[in-house]
Design a binder for this molecule. Structure first.
Ligand SMILES: [Fe+2]
Ligand SMILES: [Fe+2]
Length: 401
């Protein structure tokens, strides 16, 4: 019998790491229990994780296949969406109006992008990697740039998904609203990219897991799957992540940028809840509802467990640490643990609200330690202002603690 461990240990580091990343990709798909979910995510998994289509250094073409829904009678068919459309028009802002003249030094310890205890350096010490002050700041710079790069790539996905959903949604009031979201997402791409390019001077490639999710949403022909994936899962998780970064960072330009983006995102998730609650309750069979419920759970886990910042590892630590050691470091990092928690506190109440948390699936959320968020407020009950106020109160509490 072949001893893979032994074989792998004899390979050059680069090849070994590549092999390990393939094994991890296989592992992820072995964990997906539902065959329909596997069939839906599988081809995207091959494109994202094995072929690494997002990392070839050239633009990616993803074929989409959905029906554009025209209605020549222009019905006033959804008052709550019409109200959200009015609110979105009033809430527009110009990305250029942010205080771009703020001077940002990502290596300045006085104004840290991330708090010092975001990572646990004692884990690295244990593996024989000791970072001095300037190396620690460099790591903080890399981690912040990596997170913001993934936000940016997610925003590009959101921009195209919002355009597709605007074409295919059947509510005319939803199409009006959707037009504002396309503008919002365009502005988010603009401001995140400008921040990375002009202030941090770094841009990381798209993370494989994020690529898989985006690829699968772009290519799914069902509008409600695009909606569920983008408006509820990706946007819901992003909203949690933006909130936490807003709370943690001391860099004033980034804080202001995130405050503005959070206001928009709160509307986007609200729209997702409105459209899907109605659709899932009235237009899907029980089998279709169940498929979405399983899909949402698997994608949630995919996102929670697999954002390991390997791109940062490859940049600084390949050859000094194994991938397994890096993973241990990331999992133990207090900042990223907090990220995972905050993201789900926003997501789980929305899944409940749209009818994708039946007792059948609750057991699995319970096993994954996510049921503690079940009682939270869903996005249709929370405005962007309330979210910001809540975050501000929490940061005061953090400082006082
Ligand atoms: Fe966005
Ligand atoms: Fe959004």
């Amino acid at each position: 019998m072949v001893d893979f461990q032994l074989l792998a240990s004899k390979l050059p580091t680069r090849v070994r790491n590549q092999l390990e990343s393939y094994m991890e990709a296989l592992e992820i798909f072995r964990e997906v229990r539902d065959p329909k979910v596997l069939a839906a995510l599988g081809p995207s998994g091959i494109r994202g994780m094995l072929l690494q289509r997002g990392k070839q250094g050239m633009p990616t073409k993803i074929r989409s296949n959905h029906a554009a829904y025209f209605d020549w009678s222009y019905p006033h068919d959804h008052p709550e969406m019409a109200e959200l459309y009015r609110r979105a028009k009033r809430g527009q802002w110009d990305g250029e109006s942010l205080p771009w003249d703020t001077s940002v030094d990502p290596l300045n310890p006085e104004v840290p992008l991330l708090p010092k205890n975001f990572v646990d350096l004692s884990v690295l010490d244990r593996f024989g990697v000791h970072l001095n002050e300037s190396e620690q700041l460099k790591l903080g710079h890399s981690m912040a740039s990596w997170m913001l790069s993934q936000f940016l790539h997610g925003e590009q996905g959101a921009l195209f998904a919002a355009a597709q959903v605007t074409e295919s949604v059947q509510f005319f009031d939803g199409k009006f609203y959707g037009a504002t979201q396309v503008m919002d997402e365009g502005r988010h791409v603009e401001v995140f990219h400008r921040y990375l390019e002009t202030k941090l001077g770094k841009l990381y490639q798209v993370n494989d897991n994020l690529f898989v999710i985006i690829d699968s949403l772009m290519s799914d022909s069902r509008w409600d799957m695009k909606f569920l994936g983008m408006q509820i899962m990706v946007e819901g998780l992003a909203l949690g992540a933006f909130g936490l970064l807003y709370k943690m960072t001391k860099e004033p330009l980034l804080k202001e940028l995130l405050r503005n983006v959070i206001q928009d995102e709160a509307r986007h998730v609200h729209y997702g809840v409105l459209a899907l609650r109605e659709h899932i309750a009235n237009h899907l069979t029980e089998a279709e509802r169940r498929e979405r419920e399983d899909w949402a759970f698997e994608v949630a886990l995919l996102m929670r467990n697999r954002f390991m910042a390997y791109e940062v590892f490859e940049e600084h630590y390949e050859g000094k640490l194994t991938r397994a050691q890096w993973r241990e470091f990331v999992i133990a990092s207090p900042g990223l643990q907090e990220f995972r928690k905050t993201m789900f506190s926003r997501l789980v109440p929305n899944l409940r609200e749209i009818g994708l948390m039946s007792p059948r699936i609750m057991k699995r959320y319970e096993e994954a330690g996510l049921m503690q968020y079940f009682g939270g407020l869903s996005a249709d009950k929370l405005t962007g202002d309330q979210m910001i106020q809540e975050l501000d109160e929490q940061s005061v509490a953090l400082v006082a603690a």
